[in-house]
Design a binder for this molecule. Structure first.
Ligand code: ADP
Length: 586
C-alpha cells in the first residue's frame, strides 16, 4: 500500500517537472505577452498623440510676420525682443521645451530660451538633419540629445518664407521625460529604440543611449556627423532573444529575463516600442498554480489511497465476518447433528430403560406371580386327581365337574399370562385416542396377583362416562401398574389404595392416593430422576417414576406427585382429552 503511494507520488513529481511545469510556465508567460500588447497600444498611442500635437506647430509659428521681419532685419533689437517673447509664449503655451528661429546659415537668432543661462541664441544647428530638411522646404523632424541642453528631445522644423523665398527655419523641441515618468509606474519596462536600435527612451534610465545591436561604422559616422548622440555615451547593451511565439520573445537583459513584445511604428519616425514584462511574476504565478495543482493531486492520491484502504479493510472485515458466520453455522449444524444423535441415543436408552423398568416390575411381582400360578396349578393337580378317582369309580358327572374346574383354572392362567406378555412386550404402538377404562382394567389385572398377595385394597371408582385421551394403551397401563406398585410399597403392603378418574380442563386425570408415610423430602425433589430410589437394594431400580414421567410427557400430559394433607401420597396423570368419535371411526 505504502509502496503504491510512493510510486504514485514519484510519478506525480516526474509528471509535474516534465509535463505540467513547462506548460504552466508557458501559459503565464503568454499571458504576460498579451498584457504587453495592451501596454504597447497605450504607449504607441500616447507617443503618436504627442507627435501629432507638435507637428503643425513650427508651420503655425513660421506664419507670424515678426519672424520673417526679424530674419530680414536680424539686428533690430525691437524685432529681436518681439520675436523672443513670441517664441517664449508659444513654448509656454504648448509645453515645448524650446522654440527657436534660425537663419539660413543655421544660427539661432531668437529663442524661447533667450533669457536663460544656456540660451540657444547664437548657436548654430546647421548640422542637424531637421534644419537641412526645413531649409529644403520640407517638414524637418529629428530626435537627438540636445547639444546645448544635454536633454533628449524631438525636433520639428519648418521653413519661414517670404513669398517663395526661404528666409530661415523655426524649430520646436519637446522633451520626452514626461513619457518616461508615466511609464515608470507601469508593471512593465518600456523602451523605445530608433532605426539604429539605440534606446533613446526607457523607463529604466540606465538603458538610455544603449545600442541593442552592434552598430556599423557607417551608422556611427552618421550619428557623429549629425551630433545625434554623443558617441561616448552610446554603449552596447547585451540582449539575448529566445522566441516565445510569433509576437513575443524572452529577452535576457543584464541577467534579468523579460517577456518582450515590440511594436514598430509605421509612420515617421520609425521607432520601435518594446514592452518588457519581467518573467518573475509570471513564473511565480505558474509556481503558485503548480503548488495548488500538486496539492490537489496529492490530496487526490491520498484520498483515493485512503478510500481503497478503507474498502479493502471493509472487504477484509466482511470476509472475516462471513468466515465467522460460516464457522459458526458449521459449528451449529454440528451441534444440531450431535443433539439429534444424543436425542436418538436417549430415545433408545429410554426404550431400553422402559423395558428394564418393566422387567424390574415383573421381578418384583415374580413372588406373587409364582404364587398366582402355583395355586391354580395345585388346584388343577387336585381336580385332575379327583376326576381320575371319580372316573375310576365311574362317577362321570363328578369327574366332568372337576374337569370343568380344571378348564376354568386354565382360562384364568391364560388370562394372567396374556397380561404379562402384553406388559413385557416392547411397545410398537402409535400414539392416539385411547379409552382409559380398558387401560385401568388391564393394569389392575397385571397388578392383581401382587395386591392379592398383600393386605392392600384397591378401591377403584369407574367414571360414568368413557374417558378418551391421547396416549398409548400399553404404556399407560405400565404407568398405572407402576403407581399401584409404588403405592403398595409405600404402605408396606397394607392399607387402602384409591384410584379415580376425574375430568379436568381439556382432559382427564387418573388419581392414585395411598395411605402410606408420604413422599420424603429428598424424594419430592428427585423422585422423577432416573435411578433415584429410597428402597432397599434389589427392591427398587429407581426407574419407575422417571420412565412414567417421560411416557406421560410423550403423550402431551403431565405426571405429578405430592403429599396429601391428610397423610399419604397422591399421584396424578393428567392427559389431554381425545375426540372419542375418531376412535369410534377406526
Ligand atoms: P422405585 O420404586 O424403584 O424406587 P420409582 O421411580 O418408582 O423407583 O420411585 C422413586 C422413589 O419415589 C421411591 O424410591 C420412593 O422414595 C418415592 N415414591 C414413589 N412412589 C411413592 C409413594 N406412593 N409414596 C411415597 N414415596 C414414593
Amino acid at each position: 500500500m505504502k509502496m503504491l503511494i510512493s510510486i504514485q507520488i514519484g510519478v506525480l513529481v516526474v509528471a509535474i517537472w516534465l509535463v505540467v511545469w513547462p506548460r504552466l510556465e508557458r501559459h503565464f508567460l503568454l499571458q504576460a505577452a498579451e498584457q504587453n500588447e495592451v501596454t504597447l497600444r497605450l504607449v504607441g498611442d500616447s507617443i503618436r498623440a504627442a507627435l501629432d500635437r507638435y507637428e503643425p506647430l513650427p508651420h503655425l509659428i513660421a506664419e507670424r510676420p515678426e519672424l520673417s521681419s526679424l530674419l530680414q532685419n536680424p539686428t533690430r533689437p525691437d524685432l529681436i525682443d518681439a520675436t523672443n517673447s513670441i517664441l517664449l509664449n508659444t513654448a509656454l503655451s504648448v509645453s515645448a521645451s524650446d522654440v527657436y528661429l534660425m537663419n539660413t546659415a543655421g544660427t539661432t537668432i531668437a529663442a524661447s530660451s533667450y533669457n536663460k543661462q544656456r540660451s540657444f541664441v547664437g548657436r548654430n544647428f546647421n548640422f542637424r538633419p531637421y534644419f537641412q530638411e526645413a531649409l529644403q522646404g520640407d517638414l524637418g523632424r529629428y530626435f537627438a540629445l540636445g547639444t546645448t541642453s544635454g536633454e533628449r528631445g524631438y525636433f520639428f522644423a519648418a521653413p519661414v518664407r517670404e513669398g517663395a523665398e526661404i528666409l530661415g527655419v523655426v524649430a520646436v523641441k519637446f522633451t520626452v521625460d514626461a513619457f518616461e515618468e508615466a511609464w515608470r509606474s507601469a508593471a512593465s519596462n518600456i523602451i523605445v529604440t530608433d532605426h539604429n536600435d539605440i534606446i533613446f527612451m526607457a523607463s529604466n534610465p540606465e538603458w538610455l543611449m544603449r545600442a541593442t545591436k552592434p552598430l556599423s561604422p557607417a551608422t556611427l559616422r552618421s550619428i557623429e556627423e549629425n551630433r545625434q548622440y554623443p558617441l561616448e555615451r552610446v554603449t552596447n547593451l547585451d540582449v539575448d532573444r529566445t522566441p516565445l511565439n510569433a509576437d513575443a520573445d524572452i529577452l535576457t537583459i543584464e541577467n534579468t529575463n523579460f517577456v518582450g513584445s515590440s511594436d514598430k511604428m509605421v509612420e515617421t519616425p520609425q521607432w520601435t516600442v518594446t514592452s518588457l514584462a519581467p518573467t518573475e511574476p509570471a513564473r511565480f504565478q505558474a509556481l503558485l498554480a503548480l503548488v495548488v495543482f500538486s496539492l490537489l493531486a496529492l490530496i487526490s492520491i491520498l484520498g483515493i489511497a485512503f478510500l481503497r484502504h478503507r474498502s479493502a479493510q471493509q472487504i477484509r472485515t466482511q470476509k472475516l465476518l462471513e468466515q465467522r458466520v460460516n464457522e459458526r453455522t458449521a459449528a451449529l449444524s454440528h451441534e444440531i447433528e450431535e443433539r439429534r444423535n444424543t436425542e436418538e441415543e436417549l430415545r433408545r436408552t429410554q426404550a431400553t430403560l422402559i423395558q428394564a423398568g418393566k422387567l424390574s416390575a415383573l421381578g418384583q411381582m415374580s413372588a406373587a406371580l409364582s404364587h398366582e400360578f402355583n395355586q391354580p396349578l395345585a388346584a388343577v393337580k387336585a381336580y385332575a386327581e379327583n376326576a381320575r378317582a371319580f372316573l375310576d369309580r365311574n362317577e362321570v358327572s363328578e369327574a366332568s365337574d372337576n374337569i370343568g374346574r380344571i378348564s376354568k383354572m386354565a382360562d384364568r392362567m391364560a388370562t394372567i399370562s396374556k397380561h404379562l406378555r402384553n406388559f413385557a412386550r416392547r411397545p410398537q404402538e402409535a400414539v392416539g385416542p385411547v379409552s382409559l377404562l380398558p387401560v385401568i382394567d388391564d393394569a389392575m389385572a397385571v397388578s392383581e396377583p401382587r395386591i392379592k398377595a398383600s393386605n392392600v385394597i384397591l378401591n377403584y371408582t369407574r367414571p360414568d362416562e368413557e374417558p378418551y385421551v391421547i396416549g398409548g394403551h400399553v404404556r399407560l397401563q405400565q404407568v398405572i401398574v407402576n403407581l399401584i406398585s409404588n403405592g403398595i410399597d409405600a404402605m408396606g403392603g397394607e392399607g387402602l389404595l384409591e384410584l379415580n378418574i376425574v375430568s379436568i380442563d381439556n382432559g382427564w386425570q387418573i388419581r392414585m392416593r395411598d395411605h402410606g408415610a408420604g413422599i420424603s423430602d429428598d424424594a419430592i425433589t428427585q423422585m422423577f430422576d432416573p435411578f433415584f430410589t429410597t428402597k432397599q437394594t434389589g427392591k427398587g431400580l429407581g426407574l419407575g417414576l422417571s420412565i412414567s414421567y417421560n411416557i406421560v410427557r410423550d403423550f402431551g400430559g403431565t405426571l405429578w406427585g405430592k403429599n396429601h394433607p391428610d397423610g399419604g401420597a397422591v399421584f396424578g396423570v393428567d392427559l389431554v382429552a381425545a375426540d372419542h368419535l375418531s376412535k369410534a371411526a377406526e
